[in-house]
Design a protein around this ligand. Structure first.
Ligand code: NI
Length: 268
């Protein structure tokens, strides 16, 4: 499986499950824009069997290398980002993990139970990165209870391993060459922006500005019925050159902190 195969599969799963992501992509391509990805993000738990390093393996074996480390105190998350060693147009890979020890026995037990349901061969497989809820169908009561403690934990419980979001690189756009223009275009087309901490996260001085649309509700099958809950979202990033004229390649923890809330439950 080549990197291209992996990204194509991730994209196809992402847009099949979240038709609104395909709509965003089509909006920009219909305007004559070439859509490139700044990064693709994944979520997991800091459990030995499925932590960041386990999910990153498929990329590390394909010429990616570890770059930045990030702490998200308030959300109890830790993250790493990875970049391709030579291909600068390859998307960054951003993987975060929830710090299980910071949570209740219920949450820890739920996670260890679902992780124990994953077969050893699946943990070693290159397919792990798009295996979804490989531990089986979730139940809605557990989902609701997890959400009381962590929206992030509830999201992973329901969706598992898959792209949580793709991020359009505003630097690759011609007509929509600023984050303000991108946001306006999205709002004009009826998308709901994540406005937690302001629509634009980060400043030019920090060399990275990001925005995102709220995840659309999608129908998810639980053991105890079908419920409409937030799925995945689309993010937008504009990078600025540093003193040496090089585009900044990292992430800003305090900006990303609010972006995580794009999958929070909201009333429609
Ligand atoms: Ni992101």
């Amino acid at each position: 499986m080549t990197l291209e195969d992996i990204f194509n599969r991730l994209w196809s799963d992402y847009t099949t499950q979240n038709p609104s992501a395909q709509k965003v992509f089509d909006l920009f391509t219909n305007e004559g824009e070439t859509v490139l990805n700044d990064h693709i993000a994944f979520r997991t738990f800091d459990h030995d069997k499925v932590n960041i390093d386990v999910l990153a393996r498929v990329f590390l074996e394909r010429d990616y290398e570890e770059k930045g480390h990030y702490e998200f105190e308030e959300k109890h998350l830790f993250a790493k980002h990875f970049e391709h060693k030579t291909d600068k147009s390859a998307p960054r890979v951003f993987i975060s993990q929830l710090k299980l020890n910071d949570f209740s026995n219920f949450l820890q037990k739920t996670v260890s139970n679902i992780v124990d349901n994953i077969q050893e061969k699946d943990l070693k497989s290159d397919n792990l990165i798009f295996s979804g809820k490989i531990w089986g169908t979730p139940d809605h009561k557990t989902y609701l209870k997890l959400r009381e403690e962590s929206e992030y934990a509830a999201w992973v419980y329901v969706y598992g391993f898959r792209a949580n979001h793709f991020t359009l690189s505003i630097n690759s756009l011609k007509k929509y060459d600023s984050i303000e223009k991108v946001n306006q275009f999205l709002k004009d087309n009826g998308f709901l922006m994540n406005s937690s901490g302001g629509e634009i996260k980060g400043t030019k001085e920090e060399l990275l500005q990001q925005s995102s649309i709220m995840a659309n509700h999608i129908n998810v099958e639980f053991t105890d019925g079908v419920y409409s809950i937030p799925g995945c979202y689309y993010e937008f990033a504009q990078r600025y050159p540093d003193k040496n004229g090089e585009l900044y390649g990292g992430f800003i923890a305090k900006s990303a902190d609010k972006i995580f809330e794009s999958t929070n439950y909201y009333k429609k």
